[in-house]
Design a binder for this molecule. Structure first.
Ligand code: BG6
Length: 482
């Protein structure tokens, strides 16, 4: 089966379904991208009249760019709802009845549920005979909380679904610029020759958010930024920056190269944890001029969970020897920004004695958020007669994807991923060995933190994290791009 005709969403009354999944499916349906006769079944724990469920879906669609009352109504009313207690395998029989013989035309399951439900759902589907060769399963993070628990989840899922039918979602891979990073690197001859330690001084990856805990207390506390953001999104970005050229743009080739990078990450230990990582937790402060509470106040108790982390990572292979990859992510920062900055080395010898300005090394910045862009900072001479020395200036070679391509709307990352799932292309999904290699490195950091008792330092909300994060990079003679 190439395109699966039935889509079963577990966690259909949850937050992600409301914010992302239903809007994305709706957008795809408005554009005619879904297979003919496409059928959506929503499943949740709560018993609910189907009509009530439809109204919830409509509410979720209202904020979408393509919202149209009649179309939204038609889309929502076609969705079937099945209330299910996933701990009761016998209840999957009812789901089987609802699905009927649709399996031959393919089914995509989507687990947008707490991870504790993954194994019971898979077992229930298996027991009900709903896991044949024409089925696929997608799951949201977190896949475990360390290497061992992620192996357990992967094994439970793998019992019923072979790896090529498993789609582990990392929504960063659905972002347009992330895919463009691959095209930029391997669709141009200009960059690859200088894409190594001889020419690159360091790499910075920043994912900053202004939001705080946002009512996710039960999930977030005890998990923290390292597991929530670095383990998945940021390591995926790092892997795409650092990987060797795949022989083809397909799921096996690309993921083979990414996993090699993840396996080459140098573990941290208690002797390097304090110098190569910083943990922070937001205190009170202000975002956009509005006062906000501290993490501990939102939580209602003190906690040592980090809402900010900065790590200096090394990829121990020939290409990247000695090149630091500085990663930082935090909540309650001054702006929502995600970007990858490649800092090239200074020219080997400067021939200028500039009258004004100084020679700055080139930087390439790949922006994911707020705008999708690729910028290269380079040196030019300011126009003029230059009496008494040249006037140097830095200008930007700028590709704004929004301006360059007149796309009427910006797609949600999930549209791309849902369509890839339905069509069976898992290039932009994370393979089991990648997740496990990523956890192996993250585990080394968690262990090192524990062994060295690294505290989460308080930073004021609305700032770029604890001062120690500046110290970490400045000791190397570099600085964060703020
Ligand atoms: C999620 C994290 O995976 O990514 C959240 O769990 C975070 O904590 C979110 O807010 C950020 O995603 P985006 O697309 O808004 O950068």
């Amino acid at each position: 089966v190439e395109r699966t005709k039935t889509f079963v969403l577990f966690g259909a009354t949850g937050d992600l379904a409301k914010r992302m999944l239903f809007p994305s499916l709706y957008n795809l349906s408005c554009e005619g991208s879904l297979p003919d006769g496409f059928r959506v079944i929503g499943s949740g724990r709560t018993a609910m009249e189907t009509a009530e469920f439809h109204d919830k879906v409509i509410e979720a669609l209202k904020p979408t760019d393509l919202y149209d009352e009649a179309k939204a109504r038609k889309f929502a009313d076609a969705i079937e709802y099945y209330a299910l207690d996933t701990d009761k395998p016998e209840e999957f029989a009812g789901l089987k009845t609802m699905i009927g013989d649709a399996e031959k035309d393919g089914i995509s399951y989507y687990l947008s549920t707490p991870p504790s439900v993954f194994a019971p759902v898979v077992a229930g589907l298996e027991a009900a005979g709903l896991t044949g060769p024409h089925t696929r399963i997608a799951m949201e993070k977190p896949i475990g909380h360390d290497l061992e628990s992620s192996r357990e989840v992967n094994a439970a899922v793998g019992h019923a679904f072979p790896e090529d039918q498993v789609f582990r979602v990392d929504h960063y891979l659905g972002k347009e610029t992330v895919q463009n990073l691959i095209v930029m690197r391997f669709g141009n001859a200009l960059f690859e020759p200088v894409w190594n330690s001889r020419h690159i001084e360091h790499v910075q990856i920043t994912v900053a958010e202004t939001v705080g805990l946002e009512g996710r207390v039960s999930y977030y506390d005890g998990v923290g930024a390292l597991a929530d953001m670095v383990q998945n999104h940021m390591l995926q970005l790092l892997a795409l920056v650092a990987m060797e050229p795949p022989a083809r743009y397909d799921a096996t080739s690309v993921r083979d190269e990414k996993v090699k990078v993840l396996r080459a990450l140098r573990p941290l230990d208690s002797s390097t944890a304090a110098s190569n990582s910083v943990r922070g937790q937001y205190g009170s402060g202000a975002i956009d001029g509005q006062p906000v509470k501290s993490y501990a106040e939102e939580l209602g108790k003190p906690s040592n969970t980090e809402t900010f982390v900065a790590v200096k990572a090394f990829v121990d292979n020939w290409r990247w020897q000695g090149v630091p990859f500085y990663l930082r992510t935090g909540k309650r920062m001054p702006a929502k920004v995600s970007e990858i900055a490649i800092q090239f080395r200074q020219v080997p010898h400067s021939i200028f004695t500039p009258k004004r300005g100084s020679l700055l090394p080139n930087t390439m910045v790949v922006g994911l958020q707020p705008d999708e862009s690729i910028r290269i900072a380079m040196m030019v001479k300011q126009p003029g007669l230059d009496r008494g020395g040249i006037e140097l200036d830095e200008v930007s070679l700028d590709v704004s994807l929004a301006a360059e391509f007149d796309k009427s709307r910006r797609r949600v990352a999930y549209e791309r991923l849902l369509l890839d799932l339905i069509e069976g292309d898992n290039t932009l999904f994370v393979r089991r060995d990648e997740i496990e290699a990523a956890w192996m490195w993250i585990d080394s950091i968690h262990r090192a933190w524990e062994a060295s008792n690294l505290p989460a330092r308080t930073y004021t909300s609305g700032t770029w994290g604890p001062g120690a994060a500046q110290g970490m990079i400045e000791r190397d003679g570099a600085s964060w791009r703020d």
